[in-house]
Each structure stands twice: as C-alpha cells, then as structure tokens.
Design a protein around this ligand. Structure first.
Ligand code: MEV
Length: 323
C-alpha cells in the first residue's frame, strides 16, 4: 500500500472538504467486469461545508436525506446514529455528464464526516467512498471514487505503477495504481444530455453477457492495458489510435449517442483522438488535441453544440479545506 498519500486527519465540526471530478481515458464499463481502466482527476471540484444542525439538510433541503441517494448513502455509511448535520455543497462539475460529480460529492463528504469521526487513511476512504457510491447506484466500479480520493492519474487493474490500494466488493477486487501524468492538455465537452450511470452499466452488462460479449470484453481489456502503457511512456500517437478503438468498442456495446458522435466528428480536424468518457448514452467526450490546436478544438466542439472545457489533471485528491 502507498505511503505517498497522507490520510484525512481528525477535526471537530465545522469542517470543509473538497474532491475533484474525473475524466476516464480508457476502460469505462469494462472496468465494472474487472478489466483495466485509466482515469485522471480534473481541475473541477466539489466542495462541502459540514456543521452541526437542528435537522439534517443538504443545501437547506430537509428532504435530501430521503430523496438524494448519494447523500443518504453517505450518511448511512459514514454518519450512522450521529447527530443532525447542516451540509452545503458547491460544485463546478456538471451533473450526470460523465465527469464524476457524484464521486466527488461522495468522496468530499465522506472525507469531512470521517474527519469528524476521528480521521481516516486514504485506502479506507477509497473503500468507503466506493461502498457509498455503489450503495446509491446499485452497480459500478471504484474507478471514479478512487480517483476522487487519490487525485492525479490512476490505473485500475493495470500498469506497472506504484500500488495505492485495493478496493473490494462481494464479487470483485480492483487494484488501484499510480500512473505518471504525461503532462498533456486534454479537452472534454459535454453534450448537454444527462444520463443515468446505473442504466448504462446494466445495459452494457447485458450486452457483455450475450453471445460475443466475452470477446468484446477481451478487446476492451487489451485496449485499456495498451493505453495505460502508452500514456506511461508518453506515446501520443498510440494513445490517439487506442482512443479511437475504444470508442468503436463503446459504440458496439450501445453506449454512444448521436450527439456524442457529432462531437467526435467535429473534433476530428483538431484532435488526435476522441472518445466518449464516463457512462456514455449522452454525457461527455474526451479529446487529445493536436499540439497547438487546443483553441481550434474548443471552438469546433462549441460550434457543434458541446460545452467544452480545457481540463488539466490535478494531483490532489479529497482533502480538508482549512476554514
Ligand atoms: C462511470 O463514470 C464509469 C462506468 O465504468 C461505471 C463505473 O465504473 O462505476 C461506466
């Protein structure tokens, strides 16, 4: 296990914490079935402010513990039987866009509540955040939550990098490792179409269990493994080719969308490679810009109706904010 990343120290309420969103470069969906995945933390964050309250509320909504599955699951797993809380959350991550808004909320709030309960080390926070997200969604892998906890570039089930931790569910175990950031600029663009991660994950699960599914999963596995290795050695042209191949596979398992395909097409003259990122079926694309064409790429994606962001990987995962 890593001793690179410090844990979350104990503090008394009020506490503020923040965690980053994420961008999946390779391996979404297949990771749920044990294949490798490459993810990086982005410079868009969710910040939570937690203080003692009269009744538990989220952004002044006292129905949130009942209606918001992520809030309820975090309270159940990290604050069970404890006094009421006033929670405020402010996020710059678009919701249901494939950019990790729920993982950032869960990891940030779990960090704050764990801090108020005596502190927590990072491997335990990663396991807890995964269980919370899975409790809310019913399905999924720990890629998003581990990236929100670790920051930087993270490989799930692959790569030669330093092991950070492992995350377990009753039927899987995922190994989380550090990958060196090659220092590239990435562009993501949101289609404006929100989607349900759980529905997309279930549909892909059914496709991978149907005839031809195991062969598809094997190809997902190969692409992500080669992609992790190519990012590790800074080999842009191989990364670009594998982004395109990964998109073909995602299209084949049914999670692309005409709006995603329109953005991928619009990006082509200014991007070395582009694919959907996250659960798909709407959500966002990630593109590796041709060097010097970053602004042109942003313009093309906006003209095609996307909401583009230039994203930089950030090294910092979930952390307390000194108030
Ligand atoms: C969602 O951001 C990524 C998926 O692979 C689901 C998951 O890994 O939990 C689609």
């Amino acid at each position: 296990m890593s001793d690179e990343l410090p844990g979350i120290p104990a503090r008394a309420l009020p506490i503020s914490a923040r965690a980053p969103g994420k961008c999946i470069v390779f391996g979404e969906h297949a990771v749920v079935h044990g294949a490798p995945e490459l993810v990086f933390a982005i410079d868009l964050t969710t910040q939570v402010f937690v203080s003692a309250g009269e009744a538990t509320r989220l952004n002044a909504d006292s129905e949130a513990p009942r209606r918001n599955a992520y809030f309820r699951s975090t309270l159940d797993l990290a604050w069970s039987g404890k006094p009421p809380l006033e929670v405020r959350a402010i996020s710059r991550i678009p919701k249901s866009a494939g950019l990790g808004s729920s993982a950032a909320f869960v990891a940030g709030l779990a960090a704050a509540l764990s801090s108020a309960s005596g502190g927590i080390d990072r491997p335990a926070l990663a396991q807890r955040s995964f269980e919370i997200e899975r409790g809310a969604q019913g399905v999924g892998s720990p890629g998003d939550t581990s990236t929100a906890v670790a920051g930087g570039f993270v490989a799930v089930n692959g790569g030669p990098g330093e092991p950070l931790w492992s995350v377990r569910s009753p039927d899987h175990r995922w190994e989380i490792r550090r990958v060196t950031d090659p220092g590239w600029v990435w562009v993501v663009a949101y289609t404006g179409i929100p989607r349900s991660t759980a529905d997309a994950v279930r549909a892909v699960g059914a496709r991978l269990a149907a005839p031809g599914g195991p062969e598809l999963l094997e190809e997902f596995r190969r692409v992500a493994k080669d992609g992790i290795d190519a990012v590790g050695r800074g080999d842009r042209s191989t990364v670009a080719e594998l982004l395109r191949r990964n998109q073909e596979l995602l299209r084949e398992v049914g999670v692309s969308h005409p709006r995603l395909e329109a953005l991928i097409e619009a990006a082509r003259p200014a991007a070395e490679g582009t694919k959907l990122t996250g659960a798909g079926a709407g959500g966002s694309v990630v593109a590796l810009p041709m060097p010097g064409k970053e602004t042109e790429l942003v313009r093309r994606l906006a003209r095609a109706g996307g909401l583009p962001f230039v994203v930089r990987p950030v090294p910092t995962g979930a952390s307390l904010v000194e108030t």
